[in-house]
Ligand binder design. Structure first.
Ligand SMILES: [Zn+2]
Length: 466
């Protein structure tokens, strides 16, 4: 997934009022409320607590291309996305389990989100019907080279991700392309919700099997409240809270459980997006992703669709804008309530000689999607041949602290793998610095809001005195 290939989630619990407004064709009147609206500030996983927002590079096949885990730490990366479908194809879930899980396999001790691979499978099959078959209860994929069949069911996708020992498990969804008919989109939403229910049931069953006493208690207490705990409330065996942190806040590796995210579909229909989100929220998940294509054909972000999904998800729930990765798109989606991002764009750009640089004076934020704050440096351009300055003077990654544009250009010219590695670290560092700036901005806004609320309270109490 990426801005060029994407996938994402979101869910919401629309109030009757919101649904009425939607039915009447009213546009969303309420402005995003930011952290004041209860958007999560942290996500606790078994491998550490993630500050939000966060950007997760795509380590699709258990590697961020050209980089090892040390390089990722150098770039300030905190968490990764792997792809369960691709890892099933090679090297196989059994091998990764034998290695001690995906963290040990790739020597990465931070949180890992595993995407189900639904996006990739469905794109392949919808583009080429010979690549497989989508059925009511399963997807059958045929390896182009060998003709070997891979059958994915909701249950199998959960089993697979737990075998990988993923921290954030993602349900199998039916990912459509934007140009499918509304009827097909509606079918995909129905299937996505039904499959998510089966994923949740399998997830609960496997956790219970792994930890009978603890999980059983979780299920009993949850079922006393309601059949399906809503998002942000504990799934069996979990410690999630509806507050600002979701998941278990401490003892990352000392227990706890993986988190389960569902993916919202609905194509370009605001009504279907909202319905899908509401239905998924009713089942109960730890977080939601915006699925399908978040980018319009003209390259702009589909903010209305993203907003419908964000407004439907219970506040306090992590929202992942799957595949959203252009820096201004990240800033724009964050303003709508999205707190998690992943994309292959930064590393793909790096391998294609396209480096990101903050515009002078913009490296610290605040970032506004409508005000340019970055530019692309096309390092193969002749004008960099004699430039002995860094790609970005504000960057603290090795690419810029040790080397010049001229040297990096030289490495690309002679096609040395070092060029791709240095450029990939640089572009990822751009994202982790962007995210740092967004977090600072958010903290500052919260402070201003608190001060405002304090002042208002002070005024109220003084005016209320006799
Ligand atoms: Zn750099």
């Amino acid at each position: 997934m990426a801005e060029n290939d994407t996938h994402g989630p979101t869910a919401l619990r629309a109030s009757a009022l919101q649904e009425d407004a939607l039915a009447a064709g009213a546009s969303q009147a309420s402005a995003p409320e930011g952290a004041a609206g209860g958007w999560p500030e942290r996500l606790a996983t078994r491998h550490g607590v993630l500050e939000l927002p966060v950007f997760l590079p795509d380590a699709t096949r258990a590697v961020v291309r050209t980089l090892d885990s040390g390089d990722l730490r150098t770039a300030g990366v905190e968490a990764l996305v792997v792809n369960a479908f691709h890892l099933l194809r090679s090297p196989g879930a059994r091998l990764i389990k034998a290695a001690g899980g995906v963290h040990r396999f790739m020597a990465w001790d931070g949180p890992v989100l595993s995407d189900s691979g639904g996006f990739q499978v469905f794109s392949l099959i919808r583009q080429n019907p010979n690549a497989g078959t989508i059925r009511q209860n399963e997807v059958i994929f045929r390896e182009p080279a060998t003709g070997e069949k891979i059958v994915l069911t909701p249950e199998k996708v959960i089993q697979l991700q737990l075998q990988l020992d993923s921290d954030i498990v993602v349900c199998l969804d039916d990912c459509t392309s934007a140009d499918e008919s509304e009827a097909e989109q509606a079918r995909a939403v129905e299937r996505t919700v039904r499959w998510a229910g089966r994923c949740r049931a399998e997830f609960d069953r496997l956790l219970e099997e792994a930890s009978p006493r603890k999980a059983k208690r979780g299920i009993e207490s949850a079922s006393r409240r309601r059949p399906h705990p809503p998002v942000g409330h504990p799934l069996p065996g979990g410690e999630g809270s509806g507050g600002t942190a979701v998941g278990k806040p401490d003892a990352p590796e000392a227990g706890g459980r993986p988190l389960l995210f569902a993916v919202v579909q609905g194509g370009a229909s605001e009504v279907l997006r909202r319905q899908c989100a509401t239905d998924l929220a009713a089942i109960g998940f730890d977080g939601f992703g915006y699925g399908g294509w978040p980018i319009a054909p003209d390259g702009s972000l589909l903010t209305n669709l993203l907003r419908h999904v964000a407004e439907g998800v219970p506040r306090g729930t992590p929202l992942h804008a799957l595949g959203v990765g252009r820096p201004d798109h990240v800033v724009r989606a964050a303003a709508l309530g999205y707190t998690m991002f992943d994309c292959t764009l930064p590393t793909r750009d790096a391998r294609h000689h396209r480096l990101l640089s903050f515009l002078p004076g913009h490296d610290q934020g605040p970032f506004d999607a409508d005000t340019p704050f970055f530019e692309y440096v096309y390092i193969l351009d002749q004008r960099h041949a004699n430039d002995f300055g860094p790609v970005d003077p504000t960057c603290d990654a090795p690419c810029c602290t040790r080397y010049s544009r001229a040297y990096l250009r030289h490495l690309f010219k002679i096609e040395d793998a070092t060029a791709e590695r240095l450029a990939s670290i640089h572009n990822l560092r751009f994202y982790t610095r962007l995210i740092d700036g967004m977090r600072r901005q958010r903290a500052a806004e919260a402070k201003t809001r608190d001060a405002g609320a304090g002042a208002a309270q002070g005024m109220a109490s003084s005016s209320g005195s006799p």
